[in-house]
Design a protein. Structure first.
Length: 494
């Protein structure tokens, strides 16, 4: 089978449940932005920013390391057993220490009244860390359907419980008979801050996910090959730094807003920014689905004669896809923005900035294959750390002056710089002949068409949407005209 068709098919399989799940998950955005105040929503956002950071530490680059060493070691089971044993031991140590000092952790992050939230988040992190390598195993074994199904179950469980705790139970406690109320009160305390049920829902979803992954442990035995583990850690630790810098680039702006803005507006700004970020993440969904499929594909295809040519074609298709999604979201933004509550829509100005930033990040992920295939993962750490420095410096400069808009621009500058630097350094160590003119051309085409749409804005909603649809069609026609030979080759070759 044509390898690009296989990659496209697996991206679709990974992506469809992820996208459907995220659409379901988006029920939480209008729910949160209507039930919670801006400040309360800001608390949820900050907590999950810490979750993203600590999860990177708990998995310390072992997912990508598993893909790499599954290809170069003869006994894949030895790789899985060693990595899984390492993750289990480190997670148990984290769990014991973190829960033991949960009250101090809550004080350090300036939420001393929310120690119970912290304990639940610690449990979520432990479950997710243990689940990470079984998920990587599914990807490495080309089992995207099972991977995506379990991910969908996780999201559906989380969303379903949120709806039950935040909507159904409060409604029934007001309107149901006493017997039903008594049953509800067995599992629901209306006197607790509603925010806690956001984290309880996540905890249950993470636990159910791990149960579904237990079949991946059938052949597992607690085994630790220290010599192999040492080699893998040399490869993995720079990836840990890369991950930490990456999550810092993603979340630091929101954390800095909490500490750099006045207390009376900090959480409000965080809530508004994050609600707008939810729109931009729609493009990130495609990037995430692509990464799930592409990372094991790149490692497995490394030995083929035409591997570099294939990697270049993959990049070309990726840029076309992300440019189209960027343009489509912006053309229909007046409709898409209805996802978030009206109080949060003032952040609409940052959405195009964040969309372009995620497009650049996706290109960086494509480019990053050079340091993973050449075992020069230290360069990934250097690139991501450089991006983190840009994030820190420009957030510190711009947040006091521009608030969340400054954070959006810092994000764009960070990802754009990482993308350019990775391309320039990668040319030296693992040269791939990317079609730079096409890449720049497709991104520029989407931006130009958006500028035309905004310049020719029509007050009548129906006519304006029709005009934007025509411009979106222009993008498709131009791309097809340029790529028609390659598209025919793609669809005709088996």
């Amino acid at each position: 089978m044509n390898p690009l068709k296989k990659l496209a098919g697996q991206t679709a399989i990974y992506g469809l449940p992820t996208i459907i799940g995220r659409i379901i998950n988006y029920l939480l955005v209008p729910l949160y932005t209507r039930i919670f105040t801006q400040s309360e929503y800001g608390v949820v956002v900050v907590m999950y920013a810490y979750v993203a950071t600590i999860f990177i530490i708990l998995t310390y680059g072992m997912e990508t390391t598993f893909f790499r060493y599954s290809e170069i070691e003869k006994k894949k089971s030895k790789v899985f057993d060693t990595i899984m044993s390492s993750i289990l031991v480190s997670t148990i140590i984290f769990l014991l220490f973190a829960i033991g000092f949960a009250d101090k952790v809550a004080t350090i992050i300036e939420y001393p009244a929310y120690t119970n939230f912290v304990v639940i988040v610690i449990l979520i992190l432990a479950l997710d860390a243990i689940s990470a390598i079984p998920f990587a195993k599914l990807r490495a074994n080309n089992r995207p359907i099972r991977f995506a199904t379990i991910k969908f179950i996780n999201i559906a469980t989380n969303v379903g419980l949120n709806l039950i705790f935040l909507l159904l139970f409060p409604f029934l406690l007001k309107n149901a008979n006493n017997s039903i109320k008594q049953l509800i009160l067995l599992v629901y305390n209306p006197n607790l801050n509603l925010i806690i049920y956001v984290f309880i829902s996540n905890l249950v979803a993470s636990a159910i996910t791990l149960v579904f992954l237990l079949s991946e442990f059938k052949t597992y035995r607690f085994y630790f090959d220290f010599k192999l583990w040492k080699k893998m850690m040399i490869y993995a630790l720079p990836l840990l730094l890369t991950g930490l810098a990456g999550v810092m680039n993603e979340t630091l702006g929101r954390l800095l807003m909490k500490y750099m803005l006045p207390d009376n507006i900090a959480e409000q700004q965080i809530g508004i920014y994050t609600a707008s970020l939810k729109i931009a993440i729609l493009l990130s969904l495609f990037v995430q689905a692509f990464r799930y499929a592409a990372e094991p594909f790149f490692f497995a295809y490394e030995k083929e004669k035409d591997s570099k040519k294939t990697y270049a074609r993959v990049m070309n298709y990726f840029v076309i896809g992300t440019s189209f999604i960027f343009l489509a979201l912006m053309m229909y933004l007046d409709i898409v923005i209805l996802i978030i509550g009206e109080r949060f829509r003032e952040g609409i100005a940052v959405i195009p900035i964040l969309l372009i930033a995620y497009l650049f990040l996706g290109i960086f992920y494509n480019l990053s294959i050079w340091y993973k295939l050449t075992n020069k993962t230290i360069y990934g750490a250097v690139l991501a750390t450089g991006g983190a420095l840009i994030t820190i410096v420009f957030n510190i400069i711009w947040i006091p002056r521009f608030g969340y808009i400054g954070t959006a621009w810092a994000t764009l500058l960070c990802y754009g710089s990482m993308m350019i630097a990775s391309y320039l350094i990668g040319k030296r160590y693992f040269k791939i002949d990317y079609d730079i003119m096409k890449i720049i051309g497709y991104v520029s085409l989407s931006v130009v068409l958006l500028m035309i749409a905004n310049f020719c804005n029509i007050e009548n909603t129906v006519l304006n949407i029709s005009k934007n649809t025509i411009l979106l069609s222009v993008f498709i026609i131009i791309v097809y005209f340029i790529e028609r030979k390659d598209f025919r080759s793609f669809f005709l070759n088996q």
